[in-house]
Design a protein. Structure first.
Length: 665
């Protein structure tokens, strides 16, 4: 009787919990526009403040903005120049300055300051566009980084909405801030704040004028870049449109489609042109011109081949090759992070399971990328990392490590579930890649056997009943539910899927912001929520996952802190670290669409079409050295799968719901 009641009780608990945390229309501060942007129409939901990060190849900006109770707009921009290094030249040594200037404060209209303005709307589309008005004027501000130069732009527009001409005065302004030479690796740096299009203007009714402010950072004695703000805006918008024209998600759920589109921006924009090559960086006013074994190697690297963003692929390959420099014959740990444009390392948390992370990410990247030359370059690194992990197998058959990717923030014991699960997938991916490269069959058989033994050991060592759920303990002494019990699901281990999924979506772990990192605590890290949603979909619990995926996406896209997945809270105050956005996209490529690379030109395909949907599509996929589209349509109880490449239908077949087919190019 208890066995029959448990699913019913869980369903009731989940329903009550979701009803309690449901994302109502009243919670939606932002709305989706027809062009794919989102807007906040200012009403009585003020005051409110938020922050967003935007990046280019040589600069990043964390823009803290808000609307006060009186309707006025305010912003503080925190500008980061990753290649202007400071002392000590460590992980966080990027030149950073905050400015709270508002250029409209410098302007006079009819020889007086601009009157009290009321903010009308804010729009995000890769830039932040703010519209406001006074009795006689319409005002706009637009904020965005340059795509390729070390500068950040703001464009201001004034429109005369009165019936009389007005005089507008915009002052000359060219401020230079020079940093302390003792605090820079190359001496002092200059930060230029330049205003363009100053002068006195007679603005007739319905006429507009535009001026701009450009913030740039240079080494001393270097000239500030000369820019045209409209050109810089057009380059930024062109980048966004390019990203939005690739790997396009089409489902009946517009929230998912739009959050996916925004996540592509944050995932792809945060790549910095360092002297060590292109380096994808997390951001958050802390992590630039550097790479990590989790964020870059494990989380974002395997995603870029699908997006078809060549600079992203270059950054991924560069990250793996940077780590490869630290292979050694004594099998001492590869550093967790390579910092300062590739000139130094950080290994403060010891071995976090970094070998497993790198092997997993590099193998998945190489398979999905489909480039034989790159795969051959990466194979020695994958081999080395697998051997390193093998040497860390303890007496119980799981992988020992000093900590995990949270670097000791939460207990992880001497061997944690995450590292062993990631190593398991790394072994399986290495078998696929090794076969594609014609590697020694005995070696690949050893990997295969090791994976089989590891799966059994994971079950024996970590499998446990925790807080009433048949799931996993995160480490040997663990007796409280942890968010990372989801990892086996993402790695194809479904032995405890029912109990694990019940635990993940129970009130003990699921909160208004996704998974609590540890049950009963306020701490959350989005990365585990993103892994969990991918894993639950991969495990075939599609409709259960969909409710939580929609809720989470709605909150991140249209709630009070938008528009990207975040890092954590309370640490970092929900920074928009970039690799989390890559993990969001992988919910769909690997979870909903079930793409599992099996060679340089093939993948297993297990689509998970929700019962409430008739069709879903993923178009302009750039992987396996092919450009292709996938459409999955409901056909009675079955699914029709169509895959097109180069405008030719290459697959058109009906499969049973939940079944897997192999696709070869």
């Amino acid at each position: 009787m208890k066995l029959k009641l448990k699913p019913i009780l869980f369903a009731l608990t989940t329903f009550c919990f979701m009803s309690h945390t449901a994302f109502s229309q009243d919670d939606q501060r932002w709305q989706i526009n027809t062009d794919g942007s989102i807007s906040w129409q200012i009403n009585n939901t003020i005051p409110h403040d938020d922050h967003i990060e935007m990046s280019g190849k040589k600069i990043s900006c964390v823009l803290r903005y808000g609307v006060a109770a009186d309707g006025s707009f305010h912003a503080t921009r925190s500008l980061v120049w990753p290649m202007l290094r400071t002392i000590p030249n460590n992980t966080h040594a990027s030149l950073t300055r905050q400015f709270a200037h508002d250029a409209f404060d410098l302007v006079t209209v009819n020889y007086k300051p601009i009157g009290a303005e009321k903010t009308v709307s804010l729009t995000l589309n890769g830039t932040l566009l703010v519209k406001s008005k006074t009795n006689n004027l319409e005002l706009t501000r637009q904020f965005f980084p340059s795509t390729a130069i070390a500068g950040y732009n703001e464009i201001y527009t004034i429109k005369n909405t009165s019936e009389k001409s007005c005089n507008v005065e915009i002052p000359k302004s060219n401020a230079v801030y020079t940093s302390d030479p003792a605090k820079g690796t190359e001496g002092s740096y200059d930060i230029h704040v330049q205003l363009f299009n100053d002068g006195s203007f007679n603005l007739k009714p319905n006429e507009s004028l535009t001026f701009s402010v450009f913030y740039s950072g240079t080494k001393t004695k270097e000239a500030a870049p000369v820019v045209n703000a409209e050109d810089e805006k057009n380059k930024r918008i062109a980048l966004i449109h390019d990203l939005w024209s690739k790997l396009i998600l089409e489902t009946p759920d517009q929230v998912l489609n739009t959050e996916f589109a925004f996540a592509k921006i944050r995932a792809a924009e945060s790549i910095f042109e360092t002297k060590g090559g292109p380096m994808h960086g997390p951001g958050g006013e802390s992590y630039y011109a550097a790479i990590w074994a989790n964020d870059q190697a494990e989380y974002i690297g395997p995603f870029f081949p699908y997006l078809g963003y060549e600079y992203g692929n270059q950054a991924s390959l560069n990250a793996y090759l940077q780590f490869a420099k630290f292979m050694n014959k004594d099998y001492k740990p590869i550093p967790s992070s390579i910092v300062a444009e590739g000139t130094d390392i950080w290994a403060g948390a010891g071995d976090r399971g970094d070998g497993a992370m790198i092997a997993y990410g590099a193998a998945r990247y190489a398979l999905s990328r489909g480039n034989t030359d790159e795969a051959k370059q990466l194979w020695p690194l994958i081999e080395w990392c697998l051997e390193y992990c093998h040497r860390k197998i303890n007496a119980d058959g799981v992988v020992a490590s000093d900590s995990d990717e949270l670097e000791g923030r939460l207990p992880a014991g001497k061997a944690n579930l995450n590292t062993s699960s990631v190593y398991y997938d790394a072994l399986n991916s290495a078998v696929y890649l090794g076969k594609a490269l014609g590697k020694n069959e005995a070696q690949l058989k050893t990997y295969q056997t090791e994976a089989q033994k590891l799966k059994i050991a994971i079950e024996k060592y970590f499998g446990a009943k925790i807080e009433g759920f048949e799931t996993y303990k995160y480490y040997k002494e663990n007796d409280v539910l942890r968010a990372w019990i989801c990892t086996p699901l993402t790695m194809g281990i479904y032995d405890r899927k029912n109990g694990t999924i019940d635990a993940l979506f129970s009130p003990r772990l699921w909160t208004k912001d996704g998974l609590a990192s540890i049950a009963g605590d306020k701490i959350f890290w989005d990365r585990s929520t993103l892994y969990a949603l991918r894993g639950v979909l991969a495990a075939g619990e599609t409709d259960k996952a969909l409710d939580f995926l929609h809720y989470y996406s709605n909150r991140r896209l249209l709630g009070d802190h938008v528009p990207y997945p975040v890092e954590a809270y309370p640490e970092g105050d929900q920074r928009h670290l970039s690799a989390e956005s890559g993990l969001y996209c992988r919910i769909f490529t690997e979870g909903l669409f079930g793409i599992r690379p099996t060679s340089l030109r093939s993948f297993d395909f297990t689509p998970r079409l929700p019962k409430s949907w008739n069709v879903m599509k993923l178009n302009q996929i750039h992987a396996f050295e092919n450009d292709f589209d996938i459409a999955v349509e409901r056909k009675g109880k079955d699914l029709r799968v169509k895959i097109s490449s180069n405008n030719k239908l290459v697959v058109n077949k009906v499969i049973k719901d939940g079944s897997t087919i192999s696709i070869k190019f």
